[in-house]
Design a protein. Structure first.
Length: 132
């Protein structure tokens, strides 16, 4: 089991069970939403995610017809995203997990839109699109 929280600690959660490998997304939406060159996401089954606190401050932004990005309305920290096309899966932001995690990055998505000033220096699989 893993615990996590937003920057201010209002939103806290648990993830029950093992974690999937980290997916690195280089799409422009993730760059804008995170304020960084990429987002590091861990896909988690909705049934394994438990929101312990912060339901009252958790907000979402529908960044497309298919995708919602959930964030803390108090500190603004991104918490997870979900897609209607991939029901039952949340993509937790890896940096929110409190414990040392055993998983590592497994792949890069949307590399065609990566920041020109950020070089990828690993041999992980790359895709122009995201994986489902």
């Amino acid at each position: 089991m893993y615990s996590g929280s937003c920057l201010c600690g209002k939103v806290t959660f648990m993830v029950r069970g093992p974690l999937a490998p980290i997916e690195i997304c280089h799409c422009r939406q993730c760059q804008k939403a995170q304020g960084t060159p990429f987002a590091t996401n861990i896909p988690v089954h909705e049934s394994a995610f438990v929101l312990n606190s912060g339901a009252d401050v958790l907000k979402f932004y529908a960044s497309s017809l298919d995708k919602k990005r959930y964030f803390c309305g108090q500190c603004g920290a991104p918490v997870y995203s979900s897609r209607d096309s991939v029901p039952g899966i949340l993509r937790i932001r890896a940096g929110l997990i409190n414990e040392a995690i055993p998983v590592r990055p497994a792949r890069h998505a949307y590399v065609a839109s990566k920041c020109v000033w950020w070089e990828i220096h690993d041999d992980l699989p790359r895709s122009e699109q995201a994986w489902s």
